[in-house]
Design a protein around this ligand. Structure first.
Ligand code: NAD
Length: 504
């Protein structure tokens, strides 16, 4: 292998870097240059089974460790990752293509959930009822599930793995992470940092792979729960397969987030919010705003003019450069797919106000860049309105009135996030209560809830019963055991009873 050959990445199993043995690899690109920078091994069913065996063995001791001690490991991890944050952010940017500042946010939002999970001793407390009957006390306890797994997407390679492993580990489970094969280096580093923080070897394992590795998780009885984030078809497949195999599953999918712009909104604020939320991270965020819904013709015309002006000023370039608003897309295929949607939008009759196709950055001609693209007059029957595009493309779909705008967001098959910009508290309140979407922003374009609330979309954006992070995460990663105990007084002799006990 020459010096210019791509690095060969590993798995992280049993506290050690382990080379892949399947003979199958996937290229990891530097999207800014278009070059292959590494090769990631794709685990076989046997490799995954070995990792699960390791995790199962390690879980016994970890699950029996008291929650305060487990929380201390998480505390130490937070200290270590904060020290390493800039280097980690650069690694993330190099593989993902988002700017370094944005990558720091990716890490920080993940760390916030680990910080929340440090409260595990409190969050794991059960309930107690004394004297529920004569001599009877009832109490419940939350116990770890055992081995649990996370399967995560490319677009938040730090945040989403941390959202899953933080609460899962704090609750006493061992964890198998199958990160995205597009940008696996940050998850591997996170596993190293957890080991350094004192997590016993084998409690956290990173197994790289594709469908074969995922299916190995889904069909292994030793894995008790699966947390997934990614595209909707895969979310649905994983939810159904995991459920058929008796596992707990929470699977979050794609999105098409609307921002309703009321006529009384400050349109400069709205335009700035839309530019950041629509084009930040090249639109590769599940909470990106992809549809602006101005209410009324006057609002629509003024907003379209303000957005067109701002779009021209956006700076696109390599992820590690300074003064860049957003970087390249993740792969050449992703670029091609989004460019295909732009053509579809034109063919369907939407008005193209800015065309980002064919964008090149000097010195980085092979990078996967796409300029900001803006469409007006998009209607709800168009493919580009119905499907997730996942790129720097913003669609203006005008509404005649508030009720029509509300119905658009509510009727869309995705229900991840939605936002309303208005100065009218009554409209905002009505909208928040009635809209059929899981996460709502009022004058907030990207309403990702803070760590101690929960995150989860509705409809085709989420399958399963509980949300990510916040108290729901501890419900998802634990099983509740309820104990009914009776200490009989010597003089209380009731004899055998053949009826169901009641509180009579
Ligand atoms: P993806 O569905 O292609 O991949 C996600 C994970 O599933 C990866 O680990 C991948 O290896 C695995 N996978 C891919 N194909 C598979 C198959 N056929 N069988 C089993 N496993 C498979 O998603 P992506 O492109 O990495 O991420 C982008 C998508 O994720 C977008 O749709 C975005 O909206 C969504 N997303 C959703 C949320 C949310 O919270 N709802 C958050 C982030 C991203």
């Amino acid at each position: 292998m020459t010096d210019s050959s791509p690095r060969e990445l590993t798995h992280f199993i049993g506290g050690k870097h382990v080379s892949g043995t399947s003979g199958r690899f996937s290229d990891v690109f530097d999207p800014s240059t278009g070059e292959v920078q590494a090769r990631v091994p794709l685990a076989s069913t046997e490799e995954m089974a070995a990792a699960i065996a390791n995790a199962e063995e390690a879980q016994v001791g970890w699950g029996a460790t008291n929650p305060q001690k487990r929380a201390r490991v998480l505390m130490k991890f937070v200290e270590l990752i904060n020290k390493d944050a800039l280097e980690l952010a650069k690694t993330l940017s190099r593989e993902h293509g988002k700017t370094v500042d944005d990558a720091k946010g990716d890490i920080q939002r993940g760390v916030e959930v680990v910080e929340f999970a440090i409260g595990a001793p409190h969050l794991l407390k059960g309930e107690y009822s004394s004297a529920a009957g004569t001599g009877i006390d009832v109490y419940s306890m939350r116990q770890p599930l055992g081995v649990v797994a996370g399967i995560t997407p490319f677009n938040f390679p730090a945040m989403i793995p941390l959202w899953k492993m933080g609460p899962a580990l704090a609750a006493g489970n061992s964890f198998i992470l199958k990160p995205s094969e597009r940008d696996p280096s940050v998850p591997l580093r996170i596993a190293e940092l957890f080991l350094e923080a004192g997590l016993p070897a084998g409690v956290l394992n990173v197994v790289n792979g594709d469908k074969e590795a995922v299916d190995a998780i889904l069909h292994d009885d030793r894995v008790k729960a699966v947390g997934f984030v990614g595209s909707t078809p895969i979310a649905q497949y994983i939810y159904e397969t995991a459920a058929q195999n008796g596992k707990r599953a929470q699977c979050f999918g794609g999105a098409k987030n609307h921002m309703i712009v009321m006529p009384d909104a400050d349109l400069d604020q709205v335009a700035d919010a839309l530019i950041g939320a629509g084009y930040g991270s090249a639109g590769e965020r599940c909470m990106a705003i992809s549809v602006a819904v101005p209410v009324g013709k006057e609002t629509g015309d003024a907003l379209a003019a303000k957005l067109t002006e701002r779009v021209k000023a956006l700076r696109i370039g390599p992820a590690l450069a300074e003064s860049v608003d957003y970087g390249p897309l993740i792969t050449a295929e992703a670029l091609q797919r989004v460019e295909g949607y732009i053509q579809t939008g034109i063919d369907e009759g939407a008005t193209l106000l800015a065309d980002g196709r064919g964008y090149t950055v000097e010195g980085y001609e092979n990078g996967f860049y796409l300029g900001p693209t803006l469409f007006d007059n998009v209607s709800t029957d168009m493919t580009v309105y119905k499907e997730e595009v996942f790129g720097p493309v913003l669609f203006i779909a005008r509404a005649d009135d508030y009720e029509q705008a509300l119905a658009m967001a509510s009727d869309h098959e995705f229900g991840n996030g939605v936002s309303i910009f208005t100065r009218d508290g009554d409209a905002a309140r009505d909208f928040s209560a009635r809209v059929n979407v899981g996460m709502v922003g009022v004058n907030v374009p990207i309403p990702v809830p803070i760590a101690y609330h929960t995150f989860g979309g509705w409809k085709k954006s989420g399958f399963g019963d509980l949300n990510q992070h916040g108290p729901d995460a501890f419900r998802f990663y634990t099983k509740t055991k309820t104990v009914t105990s009776r200490w009989l007084s010597h003089d209380l002799k009731e004899g055998a009873s053949f009826v169901i006990p009641t509180m009579h």
